[in-house]
Design a protein around this ligand. Structure first.
Ligand SMILES: [Zn+2]
Length: 179
C-alpha cells in the first residue's frame, strides 16, 4: 500500500507544486492507483496556476468505506484516486475568486479532452477527474443548491460556454488569462 509519505516522494519527483500527499490521501491506497493519483494532481496543479488563487483540496482518494460514509457514488472516480474536489480559501467571502475557479474548471474540461474526463460544478467547489475506461466523458452542475434559480442560471452560462467554445478557444482563453 502507498502511504502519504511514499506518495509525497512521487509528487516531488513529478514537480507537483501546489498540493501535497496528506491533502490527497489520508491512510493509504493500493499501488496500482498511483498513476491516476499523479495524473489528477498534475491536473489540479494546472488549475491552480490558471486560477492564481490559493486553493484547498477538500477530497482526493477515498477508500470504499470512506466513499460510502460521505455518500459518494459507488463508481466514484475518487475510489480510483482519479478525482479531486477543489475550492478557493474563504469562498463565501470571495465570490470573484470562486467564479474564476468554476470558469477555469469549465475551460480546462473543454480545452483538454484527453486529460480531463469529468467536471462537476457546485456552488463553492469543483470536481475534476482524469480518464478511466469505465467512465463516459461528462460534466454536471449541482442539483442540490439551496436556490434552484441560481443553479439554473449557472447551468445556462456553463452550457453556453461548453457548447460554443472549441478546445482551441478554451486553451487561448486560459493562456491569456482573460476570463
Ligand atoms: Zn468529487
Amino acid at each position: 500500500m502507498i502511504t502519504p509519505n511514499a506518495l509525497q516522494i512521487h509528487i516531488d519527483d513529478a514537480g507537483i507544486r501546489y498540493f501535497d500527499a496528506p491533502e490527497f490521501l489520508s491512510g493509504s491506497m493500493p499501488p496500482n492507483l498511483l498513476a491516476n493519483a499523479l495524473a489528477v494532481l498534475e491536473l489540479a496543479d494546472m488549475v491552480r496556476r490558471y486560477v492564481d488563487e490559493p486553493l484547498i483540496l477538500t477530497s482526493g482518494y477515498r477508500s470504499k468505506d470512506v466513499n460510502r460514509a460521505v455518500g459518494g457514488s459507488s463508481s466514484s472516480s475518487h475510489v480510483y484516486a482519479a478525482a479531486v474536489d477543489l475550492r478557493v480559501a474563504k469562498a463565501h467571502l470571495r465570490p470573484a475568486a470562486n467564479l474564476k475557479l468554476r470558469l477555469v474548471g469549465a475551460l480546462v474540461w473543454i480545452a483538454y479532452p484527453n486529460i480531463v474526463q469529468g467536471f462537476g460544478c457546485y456552488a463553492q467547489n469543483i470536481h475534476l477527474d482524469v480518464p478511466l475506461p469505465i467512465k463516459p466523458r461528462r460534466w454536471w452542475t449541482s442539483t442540490r443548491h439551496p436556490r434552484p434559480s441560481t443553479a439554473v442560471l449557472r447551468g445556462t452560462w456553463m452550457r453556453e460556454l461548453i457548447d460554443c467554445t472549441t478546445p482551441e478557444e478554451a486553451r487561448a482563453k486560459l493562456e491569456s488569462g482573460s476570463f
